[in-house]
Write a protein that binds this ligand. Structure first.
Ligand code: EPZ
Length: 422
């Protein structure tokens, strides 16, 4: 199994181009199920998660082709199956979001429940309630959701009891072809939701309000093909910004939307790094000087993203004081704490809060993580730790970071992928 090895202590100097957003790309891929015409996605990241989604779509009968230059074409001219089996869904939870489009297109679908995940139970009850509000008949059988809408889905009003990115996206995907108007209240406002709505609107959908709490969708009878550019990955951008602010040096980030990280920049600045936001790039610079302790709590967008919590914590392990980090989105997203502890960090977790007491230095160690963003935090810690850090279970990283070792290596990090041949 591959691992990433880092020799810490080298500041980062250089430029990193941000890829398309994983969490938008995998939902945009599901859009192809809603039309018989071809869908082309550009600025597509090449990741394990996009590959998993491609495998599921191919299983359903979609022609999936990866082209040169970060392009992917998807053509669901006809569907050969409306069943998403457990073996494909368990690998990547967001594949569950094919349920709505399959239902919208064919009136029936059988999709495996995704099951739990290392960061929390992550139920899909809100997804199912939303589909029921759109007229679907849903039963559960042996770990599968069996959904029917014989006369097609119809518009409905959905009020989410709390914000869910996935349930908002799933509702949009189902409602675009429903008869009549749908209203989503307390919808998630993430940039990936706007990206999805823009793609669907370019195909002829009538969605208004994406990016706000109330989204309205006037159902249409069919959608056209489209060529759509995936929004830049704000989490990848934030991860490298935090890498620079943690390891020191000067890094220019390009191909990003800095307005999508409005909650991150002030905290990096408060920690003592310079943040320069320009129209088409961002520069993060930290010369010598302490990392100031800053408190942080995760929130739904536009708050601080949970997907950057672990990377922010890695920086705070070296602060000149005490930082309190609160995780409000997932109930079990502190698994990186003991691993950072193995590198010398002083972190006490109590419920949803982590108290991070800054230490003078971290030491390299053999570490591993149980999820994608936690792995990234260990890489960031390894960049600044004394000696060698080896991060195991690299398949987590490969789910969501394109060429992480190449991108950081180009900035002077001593980082390499090591294969043990197994
Ligand atoms: C998306 O997950 C992202 N995944 C996550 O990124 C991200 O952390 C999360 O949104 C929050 O921003 C993808 O886009 C593929 P939610 P999602 O529904 O949609 C609970 C990464 O590392 N909930 O907003 O699954 C849920 O358990 C991943 O890239 C229910 O209880 O997140 C959580 O506590 C990790 N019932 C909260 O809501 C439901 O039906 C928010 O989850 C749905 C969610």
């Amino acid at each position: 199994m591959d691992s990433i090895e880092i020799e810490g202590g080298y500041p980062l100097e250089g430029e990193i181009q941000i890829s398309g957003a994983k969490n938008s790309a995998i939902k945009l891929m599901a859009v192809c199920l809603l039309t018989e015409q071809p869908v082309e996605l550009t600025n597509m990241p090449r990741l394990r998660d996009t590959r998993f989604m491609g495998q599921l779509l191919a299983h359903l009968g979609v022609e999936v082709e990866e082209g040169p230059g970060a392009r992917m074409s998807l053509h669901a001219k006809t569907l050969s199956s409306t069943t998403a089996p457990y073996d494909l869904v368990r690998k990547m939870r967001a594949t569950f979001n094919v349920l709505g489009p399959l239902l919208a297109r064919t009136g029936a679908a059988k999709v495996s429940l995704p099951g739990g995940c290392a960061i929390g139970a992550r139920p899909v009850d809100l997804h199912l309630k939303a589909l029921e509000a759109l007229g679907a008949n849903i039963t559960l059988d042996q770990g599968y959701v069996i959904a029917n809408a014989k006369d097609g889905l119809r518009g409905g009003e959905i009020t989410f009891p709390f914000i869910s990115v996935g349930a908002t996206e799933h509702s949009i995907l189902a409602a675009v072809l429903a008869k009549g108007e749908s209203v989503l209240n307390n919808a998630a406002r993430e940039p990936e939701i706007i990206d999805l709505a823009e793609c669907l609107n370019a195909m002829g959908a009538k969605i208004s309000g994406a990016g706000r709490s109330e989204i309205r969708i006037e159902g249409v009878s069919s959608l056209n093909g489209v060529s759509h550019k995936v929004v830049p990955d704000r989490i990848e951008a934030g991860t490298y910004a935090l890498a620079a602010a943690t390891a020191g040096g000067k890094v220019k980030l390009t191909n990003l939307r800095h307005d999508h990280l409005g909650a991150l920049w002030p905290l990096i600045a408060q920690s003592g790094a310079d943040v320069s936001l320009k129209a088409d790039h961002v520069i993060i610079e930290r010369e010598t000087g302490p990392i100031r302790a800053v408190d942080m709590d995760t929130q739904a967008y536009p708050g601080f993203p949970t997907d950057l919590q672990a990377q922010f914590m890695a920086m705070m392990t070296l602060s000149d004081g005490v930082s309190i980090i609160r995780e409000n989105i997932f109930e079990n997203r502190f698994m990186h704490c003991p691993e950072l502890g193995r590198m010398g960090a002083n972190i006490t977790v109590s419920g949803r809060e982590a108290i991070v007491r800054g230490v003078k230095s971290l030491q390299g160690a053999q570490v591993m993580a149980t999820d994608l963003r936690a792995s990234a935090s260990l890489i960031n810690a390894g960049l600044v730790a004394k000696g060698k850090t080896s991060v195991g279970r690299v398949y987590h990283l490969d789910r969501g970071f394109e060429h992480i070792e190449i991108k950081l290596g180009q900035c002077g990090a001593k980082i390499k992928r090591v294969s043990d041949g197994s």
